[in-house]
Structure formats: structure tokens, C-alpha cells
Design a binder for this molecule. Structure first.
Ligand code: E4P
Length: 218
């Protein structure tokens, strides 16, 4: 499963990228607003850090024509831009045109299997089902990932399932178990995948025993 990082925090992306943990980056208007930076400037910086890997930048127009124009403008930032459009009828139209031009398109704000089916038919490169926001309204977000996986496999759709709105390490594990192609998560979630209480406890015990030996390795 590919790891995308859901942030515009350049330092956080760099830290994970140095460890080989970054296969792409996703942003959205809220993430850009939080960064406090100019969208083109920060996106260009991220694209340069991970050449050849997709960096999603989102359009904000509501009509297809506007999304197409914004998408083309965002794609000028770098070769590795994936244009993000919302899963609306207009967004699907924009997806069809932009993918027809050979651009990567990430169809976002997906909350149902039928929406994901339409995105695949429109030629989306990525579909972004938002699991955390479904969990927030007491619908199991991971069930949606399983449904989309089944549908895409039934018909060999090449659209990649990009599990989004990830809030917990369990989301990461379940996405991988269900065969999601990609999971995008905040840096803190990816880093906390390394944590386990028994690792901490075991390390503590080893160090206490080691201290008793009086030995040094270096
Ligand atoms: C994905 O592309 C979105 O940017 C993101 O995962 C949304 O997550 P949120 O629901 O935590 O805002």
C-alpha cells in the first residue's frame, strides 16, 4: 500500500520522505489555509521534494468549466500534480476532460460506492473515500473501502483507491488489509504506527537489565 501524506507541512513531509515513507502528498483547501502559505508556492516546494510522485492540489470552482481551468493552472506548477476535483456531477465532467488530456485526477469527497463507480467510469486516477468523516456520523468508513475494492476488482477498473480522512492507526491497518491502493494520513498518524506499549515496556526492561551488567557496546 502506498503512503501519501495529508499535509502541506513541508518539514513533516521531508522527515517522512527521508525515511522512504512518502509515495505522494494530498492537500485540500483547508490544509492550504492551515499552512498559511500561497497555494502555488507551497505546492511547488512539495512537488520538487518528491519528483515523480503525485501531489494532489484541489480546485475550488463549482462548475466543470471552472474546475478544468483551475486544474490546468494547478498542473502548470509541476509534472507530478494530481488535480483534485469534488465528486459532483460537474466534478465528474471535469475529471473526464482532464484525464483525457493525460493529467492525473483525484476525485475527492467520496462517501458512497456508487460515487466511486461513477468516478472510475469517468477515468479518475484516484478515488478518495473519506473514512473518518463517515465514522463521525456512525457509518463504518472501512466498509466503503471494502465495497469499492470489490466493485473495482469485479470490472478491473484501474482507478486507485486512495483511503482518505484517516484519523487512526487502525484505519491504516484496515486499509492495508482491505487492499486499498493508497492511504493518505496526517504525519502524526503515520509516525504513531511505530508505537506499541509492549515495545516501550520491553525496551525499558532490557535497559534496566543491561545497566546491571555494567557493560558498554561503544
Ligand atoms: C484527503 O485527500 C483529504 O485531504 C483528507 O484526508 C481529509 O481529511 P479530514 O476528514 O481529516 O479533513
Amino acid at each position: 500500500m502506498k503512503f501519501f501524506v495529508d499535509t502541506a507541512d513541508v518539514a513533516a513531509i521531508r522527515e517522512l520522505n527521508d525515511l522512504g515513507m512518502v509515495d505522494g502528498v494530498t492537500t485540500n483547501p483547508s490544509i492550504i489555509a492551515k499552512s498559511g502559505r500561497d497555494i502555488k508556492e507551497v505546492t511547488a516546494e512539495i512537488c520538487a521534494m518528491i519528483p515523480g510522485k503525485p501531489v494532489s492540489a484541489e480546485t475550488v470552482a463549482l462548475d466543470a468549466e471552472g474546475m478544468i481551468a483551475e486544474g490546468r493552472e494547478l498542473a502548470r506548477i509541476a509534472d507530478n500534480i494530481a488535480i483534485k476535483v469534488p465528486l459532483t456531477w460537474e466534478g465528474l465532467k471535469a475529471c473526464k476532460v482532464l484525464t483525457g488530456e493525460g493529467r492525473m485526477v483525484n476525485v475527492t469527497l467520496c462517501f458512497s460506492a456508487n460515487q466511486a463507480l461513477l468516478a472510475a467510469k469517468a477515468g479518475a486516477t484516484f478515488i478518495s473515500p473519506f473514512v473518518g468523516r463517515l465514522d463521525d456520523i456512525n457509518i463504518d468508513g472501512m466498509e466503503l473501502i471494502a465495497e469499492i475494492r470489490q466493485i473495482y476488482d469485479n470490472y478491473d477498473f484501474p482507478t486507485e483507491i486512495l483511503t482518505a480522512s484517516i484519523r487512526t492507526v487502525n484505519h491504516m491497518k484496515e486499509a492495508a488489509l482491505l487492499g486499498a491502493d493508497v492511504a493518505t494520513a496526517p504525519p502524526a498518524v503515520i509516525k504513531s504506527m511505530a508505537n506499541h506499549v509492549l515495545t516501550d515496556k520491553g525496551l525499558d526492561a532490557f535497559l534496566q537489565d543491561w545497566a546491571k551488567t555494567g557493560q558498554k557496546i561503544l
